[in-house]
Design a protein around this ligand. Structure first.
Ligand code: NDP
Length: 246
């Protein structure tokens, strides 16, 4: 893991699930990780465990919906570690439901966290990465960013958008400033994401989904692979799903 060691990696949504697994794995591989999320107590205990195992980690309380929080998070990382090599835009919510249920507040929340949160992350780090003439932005989409099922219209819409934004970023920045852009699209993964579901229809399927789900470390390993490839190699897109997931 030569190209990962000492890299400064900011991870949003690092208080649980895929973000937490990614922070732990990258720290093991010698990266300096900056964990961001809203639940500060969770972040602090993960950071403490990483440090006890000899890793380098710090945390910052940030809501991705707040552009101001995201700017401050990037400033904090720069002040502590002097540069920003990678941003993993991972924070996300999935309160899926059928459109006729008219859960308008949940639609807005998904758009705010899953789309605007990613844009706020890009805005927070892009000037620094352009100045460095190097950097890597990894955006977590989903298998739902390729296919739509009943109940996933809005969630899928946000994850299609994440892929469009990532591809736009790649086309604009990679040839010019050498900033790499990667889309990571997980299938069913064993995390707390189902806790954000309120639709009784989807809650009824939760046990089936949990039965299929793979470890968040499967996704973390894909993220680590994209980071570790040499700087002249852009890993643009990886889809990882349980073997048994159709
Ligand atoms: P978790 O619920 O375990 O993690 C979600 C993370 O996002 C938490 O750390 C949470 O932290 C953070 N988060 C949520 N809202 C905000 C916010 N407004 N500001 C900052 N952080 C926020 O789920 P996953 O690990 O599964 O989710 C990670 C990503 O993976 C998401 O983008 C999700 O859409 C995607 N994904 C997951 C799949 C799965 O099956 N699990 C499948 C496909 C994609 P806190 O509450 O402390 O702020």
């Amino acid at each position: 893991m030569e190209n990962t060691k000492d890299k400064v990696v900011i991870i949003t949504g690092a208080s649980s699930g895929i973000g937490e697994a990614t922070a732990r794995l990258l720290a093991q591989k010698g990266a300096k990780v900056v964990l961001a999320a809203r639940r500060e107590d969770r972040l602090q205990s993960i950071v403490k465990e990483i440090q006890e195992q000899g890793g380098q980690a710090i945390s910052f309380k940030a809501d991705v919906v707040s552009s101001d929080d995201m700017q401050k998070m990037a400033e904090f990382a720069l002040k502590q570690y002097g540069r920003i090599d990678v941003l993993v835009n991972n924070a996300g919510v999935m309160p899926v439901s059928r459109l006729h249920e008219l859960r308008v507040a949940e639609w807005s929340q998904m758009i705010d966290v899953n789309i605007k949160g990613v844009l706020h992350g890009i805005a927070a780090v892009l000037p620094t990465m352009r100045e460095q003439r190097s950097g890597h932005i990894i955006n977590v989409s989903s298998v739902a960013g390729y296919e739509v099922s009943p109940t996933s219209a809005v969630y899928s819409g946000t994850k299609f958008a994440v892929r469009a934004i990532s591809e736009g970023l790649r086309k604009e920045e990679s040839p010019e400033s050498r900033i790499r852009s990667t889309i990571i699209s997980p299938g069913m993964t064993e995390t707390e994401l189902l806790n954000t579901v309120n639709s009784p229809e989807v809650q009824a399927m939760a046990e089936h989904i949990k039965g299929l789900a793979i470890s968040p470390y499967s996704i973390a390993r894909a993220i680590a692979y994209a980071i570790d490839e040499p700087e002249d190699t852009g890993v643009n897109e990886i889809v990882i799903r349980p073997t048994a997931q159709p």
